[in-house]
Structure formats: C-alpha cells, structure tokens
Design a protein around this ligand. Structure first.
Ligand SMILES: Nc1ncnc2c1ncn2[C@@H]1O[C@H](COP(=O)(O)OP(=O)(O)O)[C@@H](O)[C@H]1O
Ligand SMILES: [Mg+2]
Length: 294
C-alpha cells in the first residue's frame, strides 16, 4: 500500500483536484484506492459527489476513536472508496489536543486495512496543524502541488521543515516524492521561473540526507483548464465530466507517472484497449486488479 499525503499549507493550489482525479485514474485502472478528506472544508467529499452533512461517513469518527475505517468508508466509484469529511471535523484539532499519541491516530486506524488498498491518497487541509501531522505520520510519501505564481514558494521551507520533523521523530519512512505544477500556464514566464527555482532547490538537496533528496518535479504540468474548475460543482471527476479535455489528459499522465515512474501513454492505451476488448489487463496493474469486497 502506498500512502500519499497531498500537501501544501496554501489553499487553492490544486490539492483536492489532484486527489480526486489521480484517485479516479488509478481506480479506473483496477487499482484499489482509498481517498481521505482531511480538510474540514470537505471539498474532496463534495467533489466526489457525497453529501458532507451525512453524519455516518467520516474521518472525524475515526479520529475520535468511535469507529473503524472499514465502517466509515463509503464506496464512491468502482475500486474507489472515500473516507469523507463533514462539518464536525472543524473542532477535531482542538478536541484531540489532549490525547496521548494524537499525531498517530490515523496511522493506527489505517493499519487493519493495509492489505485492502493499493493506494491511500490524503487530501490535507491548508495548514500544518494536527490533522496534517496525522496525514504525515500515516504516509510513506508526500506530493506537493504548487501553483506557479508570485510568492508560490513562500512557506515552502516551513512545509519541508514540518515533513523533516515528522520524519525524524515519528515516521522515518516518510519522503517527499514529487512536486506537481498545477494550473500551469506556459505562456507566462513566471510559471517557468517558479519551476526553475524548484529545480535549483531540489538539485541542491540531492546529496543531502533530507526527506526531499529524491523528490522530482512530475514531468507533466497540469495546465490551467476551465473544465477542472467546473467539474466539482457536478460532483464529477474530470474523466466523467469531460474526458477529452486537457485536464483529463494531464491528470491521466500524472497518475501514470505516480504509478509507474514514467509516462509512456500506458494509462491511455488501456482505455483504448478496453473499448476494443473488455477484460484486458494492463501489465503495470496486473498484480493489483483484485478489488476488496464491498
Ligand atoms: N488546472 C486547473 N485549472 C483551472 N482550475 C483549477 C485547476 N486545478 C484546480 N482548479 C480550481 O482551482 C480551485 C482550487 O483548487 P483546489 O484543488 O480546490 O485547491 P486546494 O485543494 O489546494 O485548495 C478550485 O476551484 C479548482 O476547481
Ligand atoms: Mg482542497
């Protein structure tokens, strides 16, 4: 099971959009995916078409210790399950402050379902508080979406410092695997400049013993695409809303890169093959196509 925290303490950089569409692309390819909404704004929950007011679907109860993950997840698509957020998550950080081991509640809760998922994708809140610490303690990887605009890297070192602290104190396996450029506009020099700044920073870290020493910029940039901004209000992923748009193409490639470490159109090929003949299994996903019982 790969557990990926999608993290940036800035809001509006593309975290939720990334979790929804990468989760959907992986699940479409037969991988068993759990998406976790750790943001009290519950955008991920709503984006996947689930009512955030629904009381019995929730991360809150899991963190409060009153239910297990198995009971709290809902199946939202084939192979895709959601541990949703609701308004009750707003008070969770304050309530958990007095708990012993408060940073590792999510990690412990995930332990029993480890073999049931290939991927757990965690949509983090726009802060570095206790909910984010739970995400980092439970994860093996961090993916950082960045919106390349003025001050894009402000707060970046604090983010990395937080990852570093969690790695040294709680979760030695944690590493930053990738940076994803979201809402990229190749026409502006700013987008390119931000990318170059990050590249410079990462190449300076290569030989260090830091959790981001092996991080790379995902070689697909998610272009600014209005369809990606429209899809959430319909409760649809980009593949359901407008499968032919740039946003769908970009997120398919991002998911392929996350899964295979390269981009050679394997995810797209599968789609074509599937329409020609059903039950074709993509080699990259051969070992992991079995879905958990609902
Ligand atoms: N590539 C994109 N092009 C256009 N709009 C986007 C893109 N990615 C995200 N958006 C929109 O930008 C807003 C912020 O994205 P979101 O994923 O919610 O960010 P975060 O979760 O980091 O706050 C949302 O309204 C979303 O629909
Ligand atoms: Mg969000």
């Amino acid at each position: 099971m790969r557990t990926i925290a999608v993290l940036n303490q800035k809001g509006g950089v593309g975290k939720t959009t990334t979790v929804v569409n990468v989760a959907a692309a992986l699940a479409d390819r037969g991988l068993r995916v759990l998406a976790i909404d750790l943001d009290p704004q519950a955008h991920l929950t709503v984006h996947l078409g689930v009512d955030a007011e629904q009381k019995d679907c929730g991360i809150y109860k899991v963190l409060a210790g009153s239910t297990s993950i198995e009971e709290a997840v809902v199946q939202v698509r084939p192979n895709l399950r959601l541990l949703g957020a609701g308004i009750d998550l707003v008070g969770a950080e304050a309530e958990l402050v007095g708990e012993v081991g408060r940073e590792i509640i999510l990690r412990q809760a995930l332990e029993p379902v480890k073999d049931k998922f290939d991927y757990v994708l965690i949509d983090c809140p726009p802060s570095l508080g206790l909910l984010t610490l739970n995400a980092l303690s439970a994860s093996t990887e961090v993916v950082i979406p960045i919106q390349p605009h003025f001050l894009a890297l402000q707060g970046f070192s604090r983010l990395l410092q937080t990852v570093s602290l969690v790695q040294s104190r709680i979760n030695p396996a944690l590493r930053v695997s990738a940076i994803l450029m979201c809402m990229f506009d190749a026409r502006t020099s700013l987008s390119t400049e931000v990318r170059e700044d990050i590249e410079k920073f990462l190449s300076g870290a290569r030989n260090q013993n830091s959790p981001w020493a092996g991080a790379q910029i995902i070689p697909v940039h998610v272009r600014r695409n209005i369809k990606l901004a429209e899809a959430p209000s319909y409760g649809k992923t980009i593949f359901e809303y407008e499968p032919g748009c740039h946003g769908a193409t970009d997120y398919l490639a991002v998911a392929e890169f996350i899964h295979t470490g390269k981009i050679c159109g394997a995810f797209e090929q599968k789609k074509t093959q599937e329409s020609a003949a059903e039950n074709v299994t993509e080699p990259a996903t051969q070992d992991t196509t079995e879905s958990i019982s609902s």
